[in-house]
Design a protein around this ligand. Structure first.
Ligand SMILES: Nc1ncnc2c1ncn2[C@@H]1O[C@H](COP(=O)(O)OP(=O)(O)OP(=O)(O)O)[C@@H](O)[C@H]1O
Ligand SMILES: [Mg+2]
Length: 287
């Protein structure tokens, strides 16, 4: 189902998406945090330089008290990819992101980030390693200015001048945020708040940016702009794991995708394959 009923279009190659982004053009050097070879979603093979995923989730079980909601979940995110995690309400998508970012501890299973075992580690450790989590519902501080909110994203960094430069670059990517820098977050529109939430995540210079429900409650034109920005950040080298209700929009931008149903990964593959998959089309694209 396309929740917003917007016209469908054919997938853009990632680089293409970034190049055609147009307004507010992002300079190439802006976010060259990690410049991976190219996404390498294939299994390890001979002559391959880097087949280690940046994020590796293996057989993870997660429960709230007695109630288990994730069952043997495995997922990889390779440097340079946009990976879409899709699934119906209550499937466990937010639970998985919260487990990766350390808000929840898995009951069993392994999670590795850049080769470090991180399952059950405190959130602070995840932030230090380079994981940023933009949670569902944005969670901004309503009585704090947008500028302070963005600086909060970089609170672990003490290179003040570099942080200030990043702030300038981030607001170039999100021109609306620039106009609202001195407003209180609570006075922004939903779309603007989402931009601030993502921009705050970017300020941490993460290796992996995880965004939960990018488009929730936003107008199609705002979703389109945000998706374009995601494509640009990715083209600059940022690896992204995105949870999205608008399955079509997410898979159009993604390298690969996973479908989570009642706590189980039931389908995975290249975004292109998933977009063509009959089960995905019936369950999520309403065709
Ligand atoms: N704090 C909690 N305590 C107990 N159960 C919870 C808690 N948070 C989520 N759940 C349950 O865990 C399951 C998975 O929830 P989760 O929020 O991860 O799903 P989701 O895929 O993100 O759904 P949505 O698309 O609605 O955001 C649901 O059955 C939910 O009711
Ligand atoms: Mg959720």
């Amino acid at each position: 189902m396309t929740s917003n009923g917007r016209a469908r279009k054919s997938p853009l190659p990632l680089g293409e998406a970034a190049r055609s982004a147009g307004e507010g053009g992002v300079r190439a050097e802006a976010f060259a945090f990690v410049r991976p070879p190219h996404p390498s979603p294939l299994p390890e093979g001979e002559g391959v330089v880097s087949r280690q995923p940046l994020l590796r989730v293996r057989d993870v079980d997660v429960a709230y008290g007695e109630v288990q909601v994730l069952w043997g979940v495995s997922l990889d995110v390779f440097a340079g990819e946009i990976v879409a995690l899709v699934g119906a309400n209550g499937a466990g998508k937010s639970t998985l992101l919260s487990t990766i970012s350390g808000l929840l501890s898995p009951r069993s299973g392994a999670i590795e980030f850049a080769g470090h075992p991180i399952a059950g580690a405190p959130t602070q450790r995840m932030v230090e390693l380079g994981i940023a989590h933009v949670p569902e519902g944005r969670r901004l501080f309503p009585a704090m200015s947008v500028r302070d909110q963005l600086l909060l994203g970089a609170f672990r960094r003490n290179d003040r001048q570099a942080v200030e430069r990043d702030l300038q670059r981030v607001v170039e990517i999100f021109p609306r945020v620039k106009e609202r820098l001195h407003n209180l977050a609570g006075h922004l529109s939903g779309g603007e708040q989402q931009m601030v939430a993502i921009a705050r995540g970017v300020m941490a210079r993460p290796k992996l940016l995880m965004i939960d429900e990018l488009s929730l409650g936003l107008a199609p034109v705002v979703i389109e702009a945000l998706m374009e920005t995601i494509g640009r950040l990715n083209a600059e080298g940022m690896t992204i794991l995105i949870v999205e209700q608008d399955v079509q929009a997410a898979l159009e931008r993604a390298t690969r995708g996973y479908v989570l149903e009642t706590g189980h990964i039931v389908l995975q593959g290249s975004a292109e394959t998933l977009l063509r998959d009959e089960r995905v089309r019936q369950a999520y694209l309403g065709v």
